[in-house]
Design a protein around this ligand. Structure first.
Ligand SMILES: Cc1ncc(COP(=O)(O)O)c(C=O)c1O
Length: 397
């Protein structure tokens, strides 16, 4: 039977990682895969997570199954973290949620919920978007459409083009996937004023927002990074959310995520809750518990929570400082637009206006590894490699 299989092309980002690993140049610069790194290139376990693990090791009494929708303390702590402490009072009865295997699992469960509710809905994604959005969502059986988003000349958001496309192409009931903050791959986010416009535009056109919040806390701070989501939830009847703890708790391999939906009324939320359980059951039966138990432990303990929050601030401040340093290094003739954009954009990524040939030249001539689309992991730059990176970049442009 298996001789019928054909080989799949390697995942572009995994291939890039492998090429970088094989490069013997001691000065190589790895700006590929989206993980946070320190100045010495490590991706450490957060101190609060280590402490929570020690406590949890003593406290955990069983490894029996939790539930198809996962850890209840995790779900409510995450919803409060993202939507505010008065979340339950304001929307509690209209929200259904499930723990998921990372942000990816949350997106997939969300997609399956859309299929169960309205299989004809199209899901609109930005151009460009995170490389795995389209496979994750379309393989649930949904149609994907795209809206313009990133302008590769101004390196900003083409907001009016986006609205025009949705106005002319989307049907009521369609879903609009939005990056809540730290857009991957571009780093270009909506301004507060643009979120305010979306909060009116989407319900006016019967469109349902699906907010992907994979980097909250790592852009400009928890309040700013959740502004758009909070604005939308105040203004719409229905909304979907996929959140990840991979980056902001550095729990990547533990696969911790949350999917949630705001429904029009409490009865629909009860039905959505049962659907979440059934969807997870048919996909993977139960989500993994360890990482979610740690997040619940941290968010539920004031001292650990404060420690985690301070560490998250450190990570965010470091990336903002790297952006400022890179911006200064690029601020020469011909580099001004990039310099301004890199400083202004948010989170781990920026997409630079490189052609594929220029990205290849950076790899082959300078041992600088970034994706062919020009996406750079800002957390892969360091105070010491930024001058060399900027010089290489300007030389290929
Ligand atoms: C925009 C976006 N959404 C979701 C995810 C999913 O993250 P994970 O499944 O690792 O939690 C990522 C990860 O890179 C991402 O960039």
């Amino acid at each position: 039977m298996f001789e019928a299989l054909t080989a799949k092309a390697p995942d572009a980002i995994m291939h890039l990682m492998a090429m970088c690993k094989a490069d013997a140049n001691p000065d190589k610069i790895d700006l590929g895969v989206g993980v946070y790194k320190t100045e010495d290139g490590a991706t450490p376990i957060m101190r609060a997570v280590k402490k929570a693990e020690q406590l949890w090791w003593r406290e955990e009494e069983t490894k029996t199954y939790v539930s198809t929708v996962g850890n209840a303390a995790f779900r409510s702590a995450m919803l409060e973290l993202i939507l505010g402490a008065d979340m339950a009072e304001k929307y509690g009865a209209r929200i259904a949620s499930s723990q998921a295997a990372g942000g990816s699992g949350a997106l997939r469960i969300g997609a399956e919920l859309i299929v169960a509710a309205n299989p004809n809905a199209a899901v609109w994604v930005s151009t460009p978007t995170w490389a795995n959005h389209i496979p994750l969502i379309s393989s649930a059986g949904l149609k994907i459409e795209t809206y313009p988003y990133y302008n590769r000349e101004t390196l900003g958001v083409d907001f009016s083009d986006m609205l025009d496309r949705l106005k002319s192409g989307a049907n009521p009931g369609d879903i609009v996937l939005l990056h809540g903050c730290c857009h991957n791959p571009t780093g270009a986010d909506f301004s507060r004023a643009e979120w305010d416009v979306l909060a009116k535009f989407l319900p006016e056109h019967g469109l349902i927002p699906f907010v992907d919040l994979a980097y909250f806390g790592l852009g400009r701070g928890m309040e700013d990074d959740t502004y758009g989501l909070r604005k939308l939830i105040e203004s719409v009847d229905e909304l979907m959310l996929a959140a990840s703890c991979s980056k902001n708790f550095a729990l990547y391999r533990e696969r911790v995520g949350l999917v949630a939906v705001l429904t029009k009324d409490a009865d629909s939320a009860i039905n959505a809750q049962s659907q979440f359980g059934a969807i997870q059951r048919k996909l993977i039966s139960m989500p993994p518990d360890h990482g979610a138990a740690l997040v619940a432990r941290i968010l539920g303990d004031p001292a650990l929570r404060a420690e985690w929050s301070a560490e998250l601030d450190e990570m965010r401040d470091r990336m903002r400082s790297l952006r400022a340093q890179l911006s200064d290094a690029l601020n020469v003739q011909g580099g001004e637009v990039m310099a301004a954009a890199v400083k202004d954009q948010n989170g781990m990524f920026s997409t630079l206006p490189l052609t594929k040939d220029q990205a290849v030249a950076l790899r082959e001539m300078h041992s600088v590894y970034l994706t062919d689309s020009g996406r750079v992991n800002i957390a892969g730059t360091t105070t010491s490699n930024i001058p060399r990176f900027a010089e290489a970049l300007l030389s290929v442009l």
